[in-house]
Design a protein around this ligand. Structure first.
Ligand code: ATP
Length: 135
């Protein structure tokens, strides 16, 4: 079994979609190991998004992530890292496949791609690093 960090981002919490997103995660059979409501400070987000520093969407992304609470989840399951990313769908909800969280619940935000409901770690190394930041 494997662990990953999932975040329900501020748009998901603000829109009242935390329960709907958790229902999909639980229906898939993944286990909630830990879960908490978080209001990350800038330093936490700088660590989390270090790989994106300097990119055009970096500052707006940090602002967005500080715009309201998120839900952080330590999630466990067989191949959960890859599996959750598949459940989440591609980064831009405008074109994410139907059946995915972003495809079904994400709105077309025009250029504001940063508002895409969820985050999931993309590798075992990222998962270990990110779980250490959020838990
Ligand atoms: P995540 O890591 O959040 O699961 P991802 O791996 O699909 O999503 P990354 O490329 O790691 O996306 O980017 C991290 C986050 O930065 C995205 O989830 C999105 O919120 C934002 N982002 C990425 N690319 C853009 C962009 N071109 N414009 C605006 N925001 C972006």
């Amino acid at each position: 079994t494997e662990e990953t960090l999932v975040l329900v981002k501020p748009d998901g919490v603000a829109r009242g979609l935390t329960g709907a997103i958790l229902a999909r995660i639980e229906a898939k059979g993944y286990s909630l190991v830990d879960i908490r409501l978080v209001e990350p400070d800038r330093e936490t987000l700088e660590r989390h998004y270090a790989e994106h520093e300097g990119k055009p969407f970096y500052e707006p992304l940090l602002e967005f992530m500080m715009s309201g609470p998120s839900v952080a989840i330590r999630l466990a399951g067989n191949r959960v890292i890859e599996g959750f990313r598949s459940l989440a769908g591609t980064t831009d909800p405008t074109t994410a496949a139907p059946g995915t969280i972003r495809g079904d619940l994400g709105r077309d935000w025009g250029l504001k791609v940063q508002q895409n409901l969820v985050h999931g770690s993309d590798s075992p190394e990222s998962a270990a690093r990110e779980l250490d930041i959020w838990f």
